[in-house]
Design a protein around this ligand. Structure first.
Ligand SMILES: C[S@@+](CC[C@H](N)C(=O)[O-])C[C@H]1O[C@@H](n2cnc3c(N)ncnc32)[C@H](O)[C@@H]1O
Length: 247
């Protein structure tokens, strides 16, 4: 398995457009994304395992789960493994990433379906899902208005009671706190034997490709979108698991 390096965006300061992001994931070696313990993400397995624990009370009687920006199905794999009988719909606008999902989810035949769709335009429907999950995808939203719009769509798609659980990169509450978080990430990457140049490349791409918000901004937006409860479950450096509950 090749070591993850991410795109080379050195010297670039403007954010990638949605089309550039789709093309980047359509070019990506999708199998690189389905590693069980990717070297560049701190405590990923611990963070992912929190998601089925969060949603299990909502889906134990059955019902559909939606994975937004599902990629190759990494988070769905964790959920289907931990919740017998759960069924998931995976949406992503990269057909290349979704094409790897049947391999990643080969142990769960008949328990998932994939759909190529832009999560900013997808018809989420009303009260269709017991749980909506997402990992490392919503940070492609640009600005609070786009996040709020997605959170409203997700909230409307949930039956009551319902849950939204998200594992993603987050900013700090100030630029200085973001820098502190990012320094911790760089230290982690260096401990995992990424060279200084590789770590810098990953961080520089993060700045160009991702537009994370702070945890407190996410929780405010979730409440504004109609989630009665919004909370952070786990955070380390610039990574977090947060959730919103309805009904
Ligand atoms: C970093 S990958 C994460 C994939 C997967 N959730 C995981 O944790 O391994 C981000 C995914 O979000 C998808 N994505 C980004 N913007 C999207 C959009 N507007 N609509 C649908 N998918 C999108 C990309 O195609 C990519 O597969």
């Amino acid at each position: 398995m090749p070591r993850y390096r991410g795109p080379d965006t050195a010297g670039r300061t403007d954010k990638m457009s949605k089309e550039e992001i789709r093309e980047r994931f359509d070019r990506e070696q999708a199998s690189c994304y389905s590693q069980r313990d990717p070297a560049w993400l701190p405590e990923l397995n611990y963070a992912f395992d929190l998601v089925p624990r969060l949603i299990e009370p909502f889906v134990r009687q059955g019902g559909e789960i939606l994975d937004v920006g599902a990629g190759t199905g990494n988070l769905t794999r964790t959920v289907l493994r931990c919740i017998p009988g759960a069924h998931a719909t995976l949406i992503d606008f990269s057909a290349n990433m979704l094409a790897e999902a049947p391999n990643v989810l080969a142990a769960f035949p008949g328990r998932f379906r994939t759909q190529t769709a832009d999560f900013m335009a997808y018809d989420y429907g009303r009260a269709r899902f017991r749980a909506v999950i997402s990992s490392f995808a919503l940070h492609h939203c640009r600005g609070e208005d786009q996040y709020l719009d997605i959170y409203r769509r997700i909230g409307g798609s949930l039956s009551r009671p319902g849950v939204f659980a998200c594992c993603d990169v987050v900013a700090g509450g100030t630029p200085a706190l973001s820098s502190l978080n990012e320094e911790s990430w760089i230290e982690f990457l260096r401990q995992r034997e990424f060279s200084a140049e590789e770590a810098e490349r990953i961080l520089s791409n993060y700045h160009v490709e991702d537009s994370p918000l702070s945890v407190s901004a996410h929780l405010d937006l979730l409440r504004r979108a109609g989630f009665g409860v919004a909370d952070v479950i786990w955070k380390k450096a610039n990574f977090a698991v947060y959730a919103g509950l309805v009904g």
